[in-house]
Design a protein around this ligand. Structure first.
Ligand SMILES: [Mg+2]
Length: 255
């Protein structure tokens, strides 16, 4: 693992840039609805997009929330860990799931969560998140509950652990798969993929970008498949601003 000072020089107009949102572009907050992307970071993304550098957001959030966070930008994006993906052409593709089955799982989950006050159940329509950020003592109970559901619905769901969250997402959805899909399409195709993320769900994205001979960057500490590291959300913002302002030049200075 290299540190931030060893990030390679990049020429933005040869890159395809992929970003996780929470914990990467935006600081994590006690509640997901409090999260925002700093205006300097949004402006940097806007400059890159205006210069024709392909930028996509890849998040565990649904596309609707990604668009709210990125507003007024509307970028190519993948939501719910790759369950839904909107390409540069504006078309959205979703993994098809059985509504009746998902509704039954949600009712069952809601009943189980009602017995664990402080555990917050988020229905993402195509996936479910059990948040314990506000009740960290519930981690073991939340894990047991999520593992039980993942085991009993293993034909359609897989468990995705994250920071203070256990998610049940559709089988087959991954950040790696959506990065591979973006890279087969214009304007991403033929460019040097760069993916920056902070969490366990981003590891599949790092793996994909490594296999594509691109650049994988982990935000913050922790074991990772990423080849490089940035220390914090603030460091990501700083790096992104430098890249956007000096688009077309080699970026050497990464203090
Ligand atoms: Mg994240």
């Amino acid at each position: 693992m290299n540190d931030q000072s060893e990030l390679p020089a990049l020429i933005a107009d040869r890159c395809a840039l992929f970003f996780d949102v929470d914990g990467t572009l935006a600081e994590i907050q006690p509640r997901p609805e409090q999260v925002f992307i700093p205006s300097d970071t949004l402006q940097a993304l806007e400059r890159l997009q205006a210069e024709g550098v392909p930028v996509a957001l890849i998040s565990g959030r649904p596309l609707t929330q990604i668009d709210q966070l990125a507003a007024p930008l509307r970028l190519p994006a993948a939501g719910v860990h790759g369950t839904e993906r909107r390409g540069a052409d504006g078309e959205t593709v979703r993994l098809a799931l059985d509504d009746a089955r998902l509704n039954a799982i949600e009712r069952e989950l809601a009943t189980a969560c009602a017995e664990l006050p402080g555990l917050h159940l988020e229905n993402k329509q195509v996936a479910f998140a059990l948040h314990f950020r506000l009740a960290p003592e519930l981690e073991a109970s939340a894990r047991a509950l999520a593992e039980d559901f993942a085991a009993r619905h293993a034909d359609v769901l897989v468990l995705q652990p994250g920071k203070c969250v256990f998610e049940l997402k559709p089988r087959g959805a991954s950040k790696g798969e959506v990065i591979r899909a973006f890279m087969q399409e214009p304007p991403f195709h033929g460019r040097y993929p760069v993916f920056i993320g902070d969490d366990l769900t981003d590891e599949a994205g790092f793996e994909a970008v490594n296999a594509l001979q691109g650049l994988s960057i982990k935000v913050g500490p922790g074991q990772t498949l990423a080849s490089r590291r940035l220390a914090s959300v603030a460091a990501v913002g700083h790096w992104l601003e430098g890249l956007s302002k000096r688009q077309g030049e080699s970026i050497q200075q990464l203090d």
